[in-house]
Design a binder for this molecule. Structure first.
Ligand code: GLV
Ligand code: MN
Length: 217
């Protein structure tokens, strides 16, 4: 094989791998209900024995209830991911319900392992995300309207209506993961040095201490 043929084949393999890695790995059987208590550590969760699988493993009613929005952000995320709904294991999908009090915000955050889509169920939400070129894309959406947040990008939703608001979101990962920007920077433990944050945000260290105290650290 010539070196240009082998370079071309490597390129094809890389493209094929990239294509296959754009979401969770595909399943190898009908289902694999997660055994969350298994001691074996794998990428995902081992399956519980098929003999112990019941209808209940494929149903989840956790999104039927409004979450409590009595917190500093005035919002609540109820997750239907593999941890709360083990039937999702190996299926590469999950959902959330997000409730908002008037003015409430699901603060800027990102999902390292998934693209997100959502539909507004109730109220009026300002939905926005920032691209890697620091372009801010946003729109105010009403019930029945949808949005998409490309994988890994920082995004938020804020209730800009006069009543409560609710959205249902969906992900192409059984466990999208979430990094809430403000909490990652100001509530991480052990704490990030004040000097790092002061220099990053070009503010006095007292400002950093003030923000940290609002997040309980
Ligand atoms: C909304 O952004 C969500 O993560 O459910
Ligand atoms: Mn999100």
């Amino acid at each position: 094989m010539t070196s240009s043929t082998s370079r071309f084949l490597s390129f094809v393999v890389m493209v094929a791998l990239a294509y296959h890695c754009h979401c969770d790995p595909d399943m190898l059987q009908d289902f694999c209900i997660a055994d969350l208590n298994a001691t074996t550590v794998i990428n995902g969760f081992p399956c519980k024995p098929v003999s112990q699988v019941t209808s209940n493993d494929f149903f989840f009613n956790g999104l039927s209830r409004e979450g409590s929005t009595a917190n500093i952000f005035g919002s609540n995320v109820t997750a239907a991911n593999v941890l709360s709904f083990p039937g999702l294991n190996t299926l590469g999908i999950s959902m959330n319900r997000v409730d908002f009090t008037p003015g409430g915000i699901n603060p800027p955050h990102s999902h390292p392992r998934a693209t997100e889509t959502g539909v507004i169920i109730k109220g009026e939400l300002l939905v926005g995300f920032i691209s890697t070129s620091n372009v801010f894309y946003s729109k105010v959406l009403k019930a029945g309207e949808m949005f998409v947040i490309p994988k890994g990008l920082v995004h938020f939703q804020q209730n800009v209506g006069s009543g409560k608001a609710q959205t249902i979101t969906a992900f192409n990962s059984q466990q999208p993961g979430v990094v809430v920007v403000s909490l990652a920077l100001f509530a991480a433990q052990p704490t990030i040095p004040n000097t790092v944050l002061a220099k990053t945000f070009q503010v006095d260290e007292r400002v950093v201490l003030d923000i940290k105290s609002r997040f309980g650290s």
